[in-house]
Design a protein around this ligand. Structure first.
Ligand SMILES: CC(C)(COP(=O)(O)OP(=O)(O)OC[C@H]1O[C@@H](n2cnc3c(N)ncnc32)[C@H](O)[C@@H]1OP(=O)(O)O)[C@@H](O)C(=O)NCCC(=O)NCCS
Length: 173
């Protein structure tokens, strides 16, 4: 099977947004309300907003394809704290989960974080998203703090912030 990780382009954003809806509908009922799912998808996956993010120097979107078929995507950004990158989105097609795709996308973000001189990778995950928390623990993340963030529309994100300290880059690498 041909596995490729490549940058998301402007031509890909509709397919990414469609996959996001599939994964969210598979994952979040029971964790957050349908109203909140719809609100957050509209907030984060509007093609014009995604295209704008693609032009920004401190945000990266990447996609993973299996034999040319979109199977997952990831985005990361500089958090604003020195030496810290945030893994902002990580979504794998429900039909393709537990195949190592999430781990490969995290490895990709770790390499990018190291390449831009970051020592810490953080993320926010819903406190009851046990599947993702398990996957992140396996990837070396640990819970750093508990937050509850107002995201507008009468909704909050009740999250754990997880963090992973990255290895120092070897000299010359
Ligand atoms: C969380 C997610 C990105 C993980 O991606 P994935 O491709 O399924 O994960 P991997 O196959 O790389 O799994 C790596 C390891 O994480 C752990 N893991 C992954 N999913 C797990 C689950 N459902 N339950 C327990 N452990 C899990 C396992 O240890 C796994 O290794 P193993 O399969 O050899 O036991 C994916 O399940 C997903 O898209 N979930 C829905 C969306 C989501 O919650 N995203 C995160 C938002 S913060």
């Amino acid at each position: 099977m041909d596995v490729l990780i490549s940058p998301v382009t402007a031509a890909d954003v509709e397919a990414i947004a469609a996959l996001a809806r599939v994964v969210w509908q598979h994952t979040y009922p029971g964790i957050i309300s349908q109203q909140q799912i719809d609100f957050m998808l509209a907030q984060r996956y509007q093609p014009p907003r995604m295209r704008e993010e693609l032009t920004m120097a401190d945000i990266w979107w990447d996609q993973l394809t299996l034999d040319g078929q979109l199977a997952g995507f990831v985005s990361c950004l500089l958090s604003g704290q020195p030496g810290e990158m945030k893994l902002d989105k990580l979504y794998v097609d429900p039909q393709r989960q537990r195949m190592g795709i999430g781990a490969r996308l995290v490895d990709h973000v770790v390499a990018r974080a190291l390449a831009v001189g970051c020592q810490t990778l953080i993320l926010a995950v819903n406190k009851t998203n046990q599947q993702a928390i398990a996957a992140y623990r396996k990837q070396g993340f640990a819970i750093r703090e508990s937050v509850c963030v107002d995201i507008g529309g009468g909704f909050v994100m009740d999250d754990f912030i997880m963090a992973r300290t990255l290895p120092e880059r070897a000299a010359g690498s």
